[in-house]
Design a protein around this ligand. Structure first.
Ligand code: 7RM
Length: 631
């Protein structure tokens, strides 16, 4: 593999080439794939509409590049190793050949159920191999999958089904999560009360939970696949045809359906997987994310499988049955590359060293993080204690919208630095802009993180709302893709991500718009108005602090606060529940009626002294009150 980077000078060389001639650079990588028809042009783009096309007029199927391309050499190698929630339950190992058969079988099943190329398929499932099989089966027939994290509420699920007008949902009877069982199917039933587009629900039996099967609409997975042929010819796709939609939160209330297309996403996830993690054939790779997030799409399913890797899929949670579970799994399967989130590291760190001590962890070669900034303390614990001082940490920065990793060390190649994502990968042309849009060219600068040239994995549109895509990412700084993150470049040219500069909060690596949580809070009948901000949280990175004006008449504020939490739980899901709620009589507002979040943020952070310029405040007296009543 000529494009596998092995040395720092190799990296610098590849980076130079990728900037001097991006088309030649990406063409060389794309050539290792099987295309039914090659491209007329490598890239065609402008960031003003935006219109971004990679591998113009090329034709392919991504699953052919996972299976047919690799079967001859890798057929008997494990593709997916599945570790169940309960360590006593038997694990499952699917070789490439076995996975291929299951994908083809389920592709035919979907066809039998009437799913056609371009149709949207919602996947609301646990972390089991069938979820990956479902995704790949969609890709096989050209249907568009939209995986919804199974922790989302019925309302959130319904919003997504309605937005993409899905006709079919794949789900399960239930979902094991630690010692709990989640009634997945009843959440789906509730969501479907408001979705008329769905006429088929396929239900995988996982927990043996009693479910209500609606005649004519619901069908068991095992019944649906019975007797179906496992021979399937892949649908030929244009490189720019949609591969999947994945919803993510933005600074306004409504989730956005990020669209990725098949050719570019394939090339990009493969390239970044191979290089960042330095995967070698025979290694066992483990990414602990849920497939409901982009990290699971790109680095549990597509990237590893395109590379012919063995990818581990874990159904459970880090602390079940005990906080040594991750390390038990690392030893059990001799994991070589381990990829997790800072929030998981901090949560496990809080249990001390004892749960780690029984395990050798000697198979580990590379350890990675993603989803949020990693603080230095957690970085050192991870590096010294989990990596035993001899595994490079790849702190990988990227987004749902970027498809794959953009800024990260290349394991063993790029010297690391605590809390720094370090350097851009080849092909990624970063720019730091001040608020007026001037590019800050020197070292030691801080500003808005932007990108000035497309890469194959970049977002193409927001489903059904191209204008919103333009406004969100390409409008604020003309000619650039704007990430929404703040960044610092140090004297050495290394990048440190400083967190969001918009109204997005990152709780345990999950993105929420403050407006999204506020509108959930406001659904409680006693809430008049609310404002949500993030504050530093020891484990979650950021916690959710809500200020609410409420009609308290006759009710205790403790009960009301609990009810508000339950409301958010119901509207969005448990992961968006506010950590703190403060009932207030007013919110600090400007004369034009805008909430001064800056002040609320200061209060939530516990810095009740310096509020900066408050001269434009309409109601300075409420600030005093809010500080006194701080949670
Ligand atoms: C992959 C993913 C994206 C947002 C992004 C950042 C934050 C992600 C890092 C990070 C600091 C990192 N997609 N973020 N990775 N911040 N260091 N290594 O997380 O769409 O869910 O979130 O997450 O703010 O904009 S995401």
């Amino acid at each position: 593999m000529p494009y596998k980077i092995r040395t720092l000078s190799g990296y610098l060389h590849e980076y130079q080439k990728s900037v001097l001639d991006p088309e030649e650079f990406w063409a060389r990588i794309a050539e290792s794939f099987h295309w039914k028809k090659s491209w007329d042009k490598v890239v065609e783009w402008n960031f003003s509409e935006p219109n971004i096309k990679w591998f113009v007029n090329a034709r392919l199927n991504i699953t052919e590049n996972i299976f047919e391309r690799n079967l001859f050499t890798l057929g008997d190698r494990p593709a997916i190793i599945w570790e169940p929630n309960d360590p006593e339950e038997t694990n499952r190992i699917l070789t490439y050949r076995q996975l291929f058969e299951k994908v083809c079988g389920f592709a035919n099943t979907l066809k039998n159920l009437g799913v056609k190329k371009g149709d949207r398929v919602i996947i609301y499932m646990p972390m089991v191999p069938e979820t990956a099989i479902a995704m790949l089966a969609c890709a096989r027939i050209g249907a568009v999958h939209s995986v919804v994290f199974a922790g989302f509420s019925a309302q959130s699920l319904a919003d997504r089904i309605i937005d993409c007008e899905a006709g079919i949902i794949l789900t399960s009877d239930g979902n094991f999560r630690g010692s709990k069982i989640i009634d997945t199917k009843s959440v789906v039933d509730k969501a479907l009360e408001q979705c008329s587009s769905v006429n088929t629900v396929v239900v995988l039996k996982r927990t043996n939970t009693e479910v209500n099967m609606q005649e004519g609409r619901d069908i068991w997975w095992h019944d649906a696949i019975k007797g179906v042929s496992t021979e399937n010819i892949a649908e030929e796709m244009d490189a720019e045809e949609m591969l999947f939609i994945l919803y993510t939160s933005g600074s306004t209330g409504k989730p956005k359906g990020v669209v990725h297309s098949s050719g570019g996403y394939m090339v990009y996830t493969y390239y970044t997987f191979m290089n960042v993690f330095q995967y070698n054939q025979g290694d066992v790779f483990w990414c602990t994310a849920d497939v409901g997030w982009i990290t699971g799409h790109s680095y549990i399913v597509y990237g590893p499988l395109l590379a012919g890797a063995t990818t581990l899929m874990f159904e459970g949670v880090p602390t079940y049955p005990d906080p040594g579970r991750f390390w038990a799994i690392v030893d059990k399967y001799k994991i070589n590359q381990f990829y997790t989130a800072p929030t998981a590291i901090r949560a496990l760190m809080a249990f001390g060293n004892e749960p780690v001590e029984p395990y050798s962890l000697e198979s580990l070669r590379v350890i990675g993080t993603v989803g949020e900034p990693i603080n230095e303390e957690a970085w050192h614990w991870y590096h010294d204690f989990i990596g035993k001082n001899n595994c490079p940490i790849v702190d990988t920065w990227w987004q749902t919208e970027t498809g794959g990793i953009l800024i990260s060390p290349i394991a063993g190649v790029t010297p690391t630095k605590p809390a720094y994502a370090t350097l851009p990968l080849p092909g990624i042309q970063l720019a730091i802009l001040d608020d007026d849009g001037n590019e800050l060219r020197g070292k030691s600068v801080e500003g808005n993180l932007c990108i000035k040239y497309p890469w194959p994995g970049i977002i193409r549109t927001l489903y059904g709302d191209h204008e919103r895509c333009r406004q969100t990412y390409f409008d604020k700084f003309k000619g650039y893709y704007f990430t929404g993150d703040g960044v610092r470049r140090d004297e050495e040219g290394y990048y440190r991500i400083m967190g969001r500069v918009d109204d997005v909060i990152n709780v345990s690596g999950h993105r929420f718009g403050t407006a999204e949580i506020e509108s959930a809070i406001n659904e409680h009948p006693r809430v008049v108005e609310s404002a949500v901000v993030g504050y530093p949280h020891k484990i979650k990175g950021q916690g959710i602090y809500a200020f609410a004006i409420c009609d308290l008449s006759g009710q205790s504020s403790e009960i009301l606060k609990n009810e508000i939490k339950q409301t958010v739980n119901k509207v969005i899901g448990p992961i968006a529940k506010p950590d703190k709620i403060q009932i207030v009589s007013g919110l600090p507002k400007t004369r034009s009626g805008k909430i001064m979040r800056r002040i609320l943020r200061k209060v939530a952070e516990g810095d009740g002294t310096d509020f900066g310029d408050t001269s434009t405040l309409l109601n300075p007296e409420v600030v005093e009150e809010i500080i006194k009543g701080k949670e």
